[in-house]
Design a protein around this ligand. Structure first.
Ligand SMILES: *Cc1c(COP(=O)(O)O)cnc(C)c1O
Length: 437
């Protein structure tokens, strides 16, 4: 097949304007070296996953599941050993009963904290859904209701850790420190594993026995090491993000020290039952196969994020991270400046989807948000954000948070289509080597 055929399918069949297609190809020509580095990282992580599966003798029988109580579910137990090996932790809890990332974080926190303990976030305000877990926004069943207090130390203006503030905040009640790797929906930089390691050693130097937990959402397999190799006692994430590889239909994980994971297991099921129960029904195969695919899926998502950053930066938009910064998660923010820009961008992502491509996303009032939110997703798994998706609140700076793509080619189409919709709305003009807003 020649490049003319490729151009034809994009431009004649999928509706991408020729100038936009060529603009994209020109941007891509400058990204070869970065893409090679991403592939090398994916190759390393792929070997890590295969090696852990071989070491634990993953077998065909592990792919089927149990029902009822789920006693002696070897597939589940072996998968947890595979996760523990990949993340270099003593133990792991990887379950479909962990509903989502928020639930996994809630189980990890509420099981390892007791009344009178204090929780500290040394990296500023955590992800929105944590507000109600902690009780920052009063909520039924929050940690605050159970007598767990909370302290927060914000990052300094330049994004660095406020070491003096952190030292002052640690006291005899401080039991657990929560560190969010990804920026989530904030505009602070995402933390590298190296920086997380520096922060953890600083904290452990002040208080040796404090539990350091990392919210690892969106960070898995982006780097060759994970925060659990940099001193974290516990890492937590969602299986409908990176480590589920797009195949896990639900689920979450908590990996960490034996003690932390045991606490979490007793909380998830029941005191006395712990990890011994929990039927996997039919999900084991998708958990294994998704984990197996995850390093390359994450690589595709990273390429998409970098391609988006470079396209939109060239078009004159502020993008976070910028086009050349190193990556520590798969999220790309693009500040689209106007409601029309944000809406057009999301329409493009939706129009490129394999599922629900004909649907037009509209801004909508969402609980917990003070502005309407627009979301684009045409996913095989509901709400899956390792699949190509974008969303953003309809308020200045009208930032779209873009992530995922089960394959790089799909992410590429999504970004081209977002520019196509921006052009159709008269917001940008793109010419092959030239552009204007
Ligand atoms: C996605 C995410 C969560 C949890 O979100 P769920 O939608 O409940 O899976 C928590 N923290 C961060 C940083 C996230 O990106």
């Amino acid at each position: 097949m020649n490049s003319k055929e490729l151009e034809k399918i994009y431009c004649e069949q999928l509706g991408i304007n020729k100038d936009i297609y060529k603009f994209g190809e020109n941007i891509l020509a400058g990204l070869e070296e970065r893409f090679r580095a991403i592939d090398a990282n994916a190759e390393y992580n792929q070997m890590k996953v295969i090696s852990a599966m071989q070491k634990n003798k993953v077998a065909e029988m592990h792919l089927s599941g149990t029902s009822g109580y789920g006693y002696n579910d070897d597939g589940r137990d072996t998968l947890e050993r595979v996760y523990a090996d990949i993340f270099h932790t003593e133990d792991a809890l990887v379950r479909p009963q962990l509903i989502c990332g928020t639930h996994a974080l809630n189980v990890a926190l509420s099981s390892n904290l007791r009344p009178g303990d204090e929780l500290l976030s040394p990296v500023g305000k955590p992800y929105d859904t944590m507000d109600e877990i902690i009780g920052i926004r009063p909520s039924k069943g929050s940690l605050a209701e159970y007598g767990v207090t909370y302290r927060q130390v914000d990052l300094l203006d330049d994004g660095s850790f406020d070491y003096d503030g952190i030292r002052a905040a640690i006291n005899n009640k401080t039991k657990l420190v929560t560190i969010q790797r990804s920026k989530g929906y904030a505009t602070r930089p995402t933390l590298s594993v190296e920086r997380i390691g520096e922060l953890i050693s600083f904290i452990k130097n002040i208080k040796k026995d404090v539990i350091c937990m990392v919210d690892n959402c969106y960070g898995e397999f982006v780097e060759p090491t994970e925060p659990s190799q940099a001193g974290a006692d516990m890492i937590v994430g969602s299986l409908i993000k990176n480590p589920g590889g797009g195949l896990a239909p639900c689920g979450g994980y908590i990996c960490g020290t034996k003690e932390c994971v045991e606490q979490a297991a007793y909380r998830l099921s029941s005191p006395g039952l712990g990890k011994e129960v929990g039927a996997t029904l039919g999900v084991n195969q998708s958990f294994y196969q998704g984990l197996f695919l995850s390093p390359t899926v994450v690589a595709g998502a990273l390429k998409g994020a970098i391609f988006a950053a470079n396209c939109y930066e060239k078009l004159g938009y502020k993008v976070i991270p910028n086009g050349t910064e190193p990556r520590h998660d798969i999220i790309q923010a693009v500040e689209l400046k106007t409601p029309e820009g944000l809406i057009a961008f999301c329409k493009g992502i939706q129009a490129a989807a394999p599922v629900d491509s004909y649907v037009t996303p509209e801004p909508w009032a969402m609980p917990g948000y003070d502005a309407d939110v627009i979301m684009a997703a045409g996913a095989f798994v509901q709400g899956s954000s390792i699949e190509l998706s974008a969303d953003g609140p309809l308020k200045a700076p009208y930032a779209a948070y873009f992530q995922g793509g089960l394959t790089w080619y799909h992410a590429k189409l999504g970004i081209l289509m977002s520019m196509q919709k921006m052009k159709e709305a008269g917001i940008i003009g793109v010419h092959e080597n030239d552009f204007m807003i």
